[in-house]
Design a binder for this molecule. Structure first.
Ligand code: CMP
Length: 232
């Protein structure tokens, strides 16, 4: 099993009710349910570049991100990749295969050291059947992913690479003291894999956006200027 290999380097620890109370997925569960879950969930640490789930593998668990970031990707036999999404703290993955009993739809790898909670398929299904609120949160998560996938399909079909880079930067930006700033480190290679362009093209577009005053590079952060507007 893929994940098992990574556990060799990983810590395992008991999961407290206090930790589970802060997990958005479990927001609707009372303390009794959280205590029961805590006895079955495992907390695991993974190094950077660890493969947690591999596409086409059978499904056995759901994962929740406590800390760190991961990429959801698809690759071909030539090693080419497309990044479907970047996941961070509070988000969950691995639910699709659990819900439809199909093999994993994509590969999930850590971008940096990560701490994850891992819940078994049987325990997840039992919790779902007992908690409507949990089912609702999972459904909302699936709807959010569908909306994001629709946006991505739209931008691939309708936007040029400038528009796609600008949209991605705007999606990733956070408000920092009134400015829109991309603080999370993402390589040009990863940006290219997220928007379906070459790394060279992404470098050229970023350079143009910088020279034209649409973005400012401040250390490892990218500050977005108000002028960076998406095409209609
Ligand atoms: P599963 O198919 O079990 O294993 C791979 C997981 O990647 C999948 O469940 C989802 O949790 C996640 N995943 C697949 N596609 C996307 C996407 N487009 N955006 C975010 N997460 C995804």
């Amino acid at each position: 099993m893929i994940a098992g290999k990574n556990f060799d380097m990983a810590d395992r620890a008991n999961v407290s009710t206090a930790l589970l109370r802060n997990v958005p997925l479990f927001a609707g569960l009372d303390d009794e349910h959280l205590r029961a879950l805590g006895r079955t969930i495992e907390r695991r640490s993974f190094a950077r570049n660890a493969t947690i789930i591999r596409a086409e593998d059978p499904t056995d668990s759901l994962y929740i991100v406590i800390s760190g970031r991961l990429k959801v990707l698809m690759s071909d036999t030539h090693g080419r990749e497309v990044i479907l999404s970047i996941l961070g703290p509070g988000e969950f993955f691995g639910e699709m295969g659990l819900l439809d009993d199909s093999p994993r739809s994509a590969t999930v790898m850590t971008l940096e050291a990560c701490e994850l909670l891992c819940i078994s398929k049987s325990e997840f299904k039992r919790s779902l059947s007992e908690n409507f609120e949990l089912s609702l949160i999972v459904m909302r998560g699936l709807v959010k992913r569908l909306r994001e996938a629709d946006q991505k399909i739209g931008s691939l079909a309708l936007m040029d690479v400038y528009g796609r880079v600008a949209r991605l930067l705007l999606e990733m930006a956070e408000d920092v003291n009134g400015e829109k700033v991309v603080v999370r480190k993402l390589s040009k290679q990863d940006i290219a894999k997220m928007i379906g362009a070459s790394r060279e093209m992404v470098s050229r577009v970023m350079k143009d956006l910088h020279l034209s005053g649409y973005i400012e590079l401040r250390g490892r952060s990218i500050v977005l200027r108000d002028s960076i507007l998406l095409p209609e």
